[in-house]
Write a new protein. Structure first.
Length: 257
């Protein structure tokens, strides 16, 4: 098929690339991208984006020895977060779900001196991640910009609101999927977001399972599908990007009904 398309001299597109040994020959599809071409394109984007700092790369390397290294975000997610932080001249960032500190340190590096990343994680998914996270933050050049709060995220958000610790310019949500609607609503209701703030939510494609309406038996899939519908209600501007496992960017645009 591929050779016959080539013989017809059709202009080369991603359709040809999907079967082209030069593009996908040595590639195995990964669980997020799904196909060999998408996996090759993702690797190409990573290779053609600014390199991660040594500190961020070292966290990723240390995390590979843990039980759940698949919880690390893509390097592209770090690069996207850094771009948005720089473009919006953010100074206060909130992270819900920090794990070993990969995205937290990456975000802190994009902040100006005096900027802060407040991180909430209870380390319920992998307790060993806490030590790796604390050591990585302490040995990074941006340790003074990161405040790690080891607590359940809903409780942590309420406490931040009570302390008047907000508002934040950027919030990155990357924790338990069942509470995602509660997180964005609480951020908004408790005035934890500055006007025009961006909320980035990871895993909104969830291994493409949300594309299968029959897959409602899985709690996380159902929760993410519900979240994706919920934010389309008109209060948020929504941009859903097919980066890795799906990243949705939200900005509050309408007052609460
Ligand atoms: C996918 S990992 C975060 C990955 C990190 N942002 C990165 O890219 O390297 C999810 C984290 O959320 C934390 N988490 C899950 N449910 C939580 C909850 N209810 N409260 C606080 N943290 C939670 C887990 O302990 C885990 O470390």
């Amino acid at each position: 098929w591929w050779h016959s398309r080539r013989r017809q001299k059709k202009p080369y597109t991603s359709i040809e690339a999907a079967e082209d040994p030069e593009v996908v020959g040595a590639i195995l599809p990964d669980a997020y991208e799904g196909t060999r071409l998408a996996t090759a394109r993702h690797a190409f984007c990573v290779a053609h984006s600014s390199p991660l700092s040594d500190a961020v790369q070292q966290v990723a390397d240390r995390t590979q020895k843990l039980r759940m290294p698949q919880m690390l975000s893509s390097p592209l997610t770090v690069q996207l977060l850094q771009s948005i932080i720089r473009a919006s001249q953010a100074t206060r960032v909130l992270e819900i779900g920090t794990y070993t500190g990969f995205t937290a340190i990456g975000m802190a590096e994009a902040l100006p001196p005096g900027g802060t990343v407040v991180c909430l994680d209870d380390f319920s998914d992998e307790p060993d991640a806490q030590t790796v996270c604390e050591e990585a933050i302490a040995s990074s050049a941006v340790s003074g910009r990161i405040q790690l709060r080891v607590q359940q995220a809903l409780r942590g958000l309420k406490q931040l609101a009570d302390e008047g610790a907000g508002p934040f310019d950027i919030c990155f949500i990357d924790a338990d999927k069942e509470n995602q609607i509660a997180y964005v609503e609480l951020l908004d209701d408790a005035a934890l977001l500055k006007p025009g703030a961006s909320v980035l939510v990871d895993n909104t494609l969830w291994y493409s399972r949300v594309l299968r309406p029959s897959d409602k038996h899985d709690k996380a899939t159902a929760a993410i599908a519900e979240f994706n519908k919920h934010v389309l209600g008109g209060r948020w501007h929504v941009a859903m990007l097919p980066i890795r496992d799906g990243i949705t960017i939200l900005q509050r645009v309408a007052p609460a009904p």
